[in-house]
Structures are given as structure tokens and as C-alpha cells.
Design a protein around this ligand. Structure first.
Ligand SMILES: NC(=O)c1ccc[n+]([C@@H]2O[C@H](COP(=O)([O-])OP(=O)(O)OC[C@H]3O[C@@H](n4cnc5c(N)ncnc54)[C@H](OP(=O)(O)O)[C@@H]3O)[C@@H](O)[C@H]2O)c1
Length: 272
């Protein structure tokens, strides 16, 4: 790396940008090798306090000085920003990693320039605590080394899954991108129901959170099919069986399928 060049640069250091910067620093990249552009001066100051040495630059300067340029602004800001960065990106030729929901590599390439090497990423909010999962898609011009670079960046905040077909990004958005909200909804509903059954709020919440987290860990760590795990806790004539019958009769699986199809359809609409 020459003196001027930075390992990675983040345009937009909001929730996702900050989570990724934190992940990189945790994985051993020195803050002095990381640049960022952030119009909110208070936020920029906070980041430089959290990660001393972090280099604050304007978006265009950043694009000209980084090996990997991470675009982490809201999707609606991206068209104008990308067009503004096109000349620097063409000159410096960084790998561009976009985390903007719904923006295809084709559209991004249209704004940044047709030669741009792009990896598109769809992380989710548990990335904020290093427990995310990210769907990744590399545009045809991206090299194996680019894929490895993007994988390392996103693995610093959780697991990664590579897609062969960008169209699948809508399904990823509907599953893991929006998915944390579905789980929060379940947590809210279980907590409320537990209160109706006579528990206080704190106890209801503690039991629910530990159950959701514990069940997810059991399914992951045992490697056993969730249907089998469910069968094992469902004794004939018992309490779990009674509850599951209510879920089945109310068509829960179909409701989940409809909700996720609606999320995927919205993702398509937003992608234009
Ligand atoms: N949060 C998630 O769970 C999640 C999941 C998947 C994908 N994403 C994607 O990640 C991206 C960022 O989301 P977020 O939740 O981190 O949003 P956010 O917290 O609003 O962060 C965006 C940041 O970018 C800054 N910004 C705006 N325009 C800029 C510009 N021209 N140059 C430099 N910085 C600029 C904003 O500053 P101001 O506040 O001053 O405008 C803000 O600090 C979005 O595209 C979203 O689709 C997020």
C-alpha cells in the first residue's frame, strides 16, 4: 500500500457504515488505513473518538484514495452521489461494495461507469453486534480477489452467503434483510401473550428472549432439522401440541409465505 492509499473507505457512516468500520477494526485493520465521508459533523466527530486515527475526507477525495470503496448511504441518495463519484472511480479503479438495499449492480454501473468492479451486499441489523448475515453478489467484472475482499469486509460483522444470480437478492432481502423485524414481531407477540397469562413485563420479556435466542442456537448448533426438533418437544396430548394445533389451524405457514412474498415484491419495485 503506498502512503496515500487507504485500505477501505466508507461513504456514509450511519448505522451500517459504523458497524462495518467497527468490524474491520476488530478484525485487525488499523483505523489509519480506513477513510470515511460523513456530512453530519457530530457523527463524524463521534466516529473519530471511537476509532482514533480514522481518516475523514470528502466523498470524491475518498474515492480517489481507497482500494475498496463502500457505499453506505440511503438508497435514495445513491444516484446523485454515484454520478458525482464516477470520474474518481474511473481514475482510481477501486472495488466498489454497495450495501444500498434494492440498487442493482447494473444501475450502479450505469452511474459509476461500465468498467467498475462492483460487489453488492445485503446485510441485516444484527451486523450492529457482529451477528449479521449478508447476501453477496459480484458483478461479472469483479475478480476472485475482489470477492475475497468483500467477503472479509462483511464477515467482520457476521456470516456471508454468495449468490450466483442477482435476482435472488430480492429473496435474501425478504428473508434475512427484513427478517429481524419478523422475529421482533414474534418476540412482541409472545411477550404480550405471556403478560396476559399473568407474568410481569420483565419476566415475560426475559423468558421470551432467552427462548427465541436459545431455540435458534439449538437449531444451528445441533444441525438437526427444525421440524425434527419441534417433533421432539411435542408430546402427544401435551401442551406444545395444543399450541401448535392453533398455529396450524390459523394458517401461520401461509401467512409467513405471503408476508415474505410481499417483501420480495416491494424489493423488486424499489429496485426499479
Ligand atoms: N440498517 C440496516 O439494517 C441495513 C440493512 C441492509 C442494508 N442497509 C443499507 O445500508 C445503507 C445505509 O443504511 P443505514 O441504516 O446505515 O442508514 P443511515 O444510518 O441513515 O446512514 C447513512 C449515512 O450516510 C450519510 N450520508 C448521506 N449522504 C451522504 C453523502 N453524500 N456523502 C457521505 N455520507 C452521506 C448520512 O448522513 P446524514 O444523516 O447527515 O444524511 C448517514 O450518516 C442503506 O443504503 C441501506 O439500504 C441497511
Amino acid at each position: 500500500m503506498n502512503e496515500q492509499q487507504l485500505e477501505a473507505g466508507f461513504v456514509g457512516a450511519g448505522n451500517m457504515g459504523q458497524a462495518l468500520i467497527a468490524g474491520l477494526v476488530r478484525s485487525g485493520v488499523h483505523p489509519e488505513s480506513i477513510g470515511f465521508a460523513e456530512p453530519d459533523t457530530d457523527r463524524a466527530a463521534t466516529l473519530r473518538t471511537l476509532f482514533p486515527g480514522l481518516v475523514l475526507l470528502g466523498p470524491a477525495q475518498l474515492a480517489g484514495r481507497v482500494r475498496t470503496l463502500v457505499l453506505a448511504v440511503k438508497p435514495q441518495m445513491l444516484p446523485e452521489l454515484a454520478v458525482d463519484l464516477a470520474a474518481q472511480v474511473a481514475a482510481a479503479d477501486p472495488l466498489v461494495v454497495s450495501v444500498a438495499a434494492g440498487i442493482s449492480t447494473r444501475r450502479l454501473g450505469g452511474w459509476l461507469g461500465p468498467e467498475t468492479r462492483i460487489v453488492r451486499a445485503m446485510p441485516n441489523t444484527p451486523a450492529l453486534i457482529g451477528a449479521g448475515i449478508t447476501g453477496l453478489y459480484a458483478s461479472p467484472l469483479a475478480t476472485d480477489a475482489d470477492r475475497k475482499t468483500a467477503d472479509r469486509l462483511l464477515r467482520a460483522v457476521g456470516a456471508t452467503v454468495w449468490l450466483q444470480d442477482e435476482e435472488q437478492m430480492h429473496a435474501v432481502t425478504a428473508t434475512s434483510g427484513s427478517g429481524p423485524a419478523y422475529v421482533f414481531l414474534l418476540i412482541e407477540a409472545m411477550t404480550q401473550a405471556a403478560r396476559r397469562l399473568g407474568l410481569d413485563q420483565a419476566t415475560a420479556r426475559q423468558l421470551t428472549l432467552a427462548t427465541v435466542g436459545g431455540a435458534a442456537r439449538l437449531a444451528q448448533e445441533s444441525g438437526t432439522d427444525p421440524a425434527e426438533l419441534r417433533a421432539r418437544v411435542t408430546s402427544p396430548g401435551g401442551t406444545t401440541e395444543r399450541a401448535l394445533t392453533v398455529f396450524e389451524e390459523s394458517g401461520l405457514a401461509e401467512v409467513v409465505a405471503q408476508a415474505m412474498a410481499a417483501a420480495a415484491a416491494r424489493s423488486r419495485e424499489l429496485g426499479g
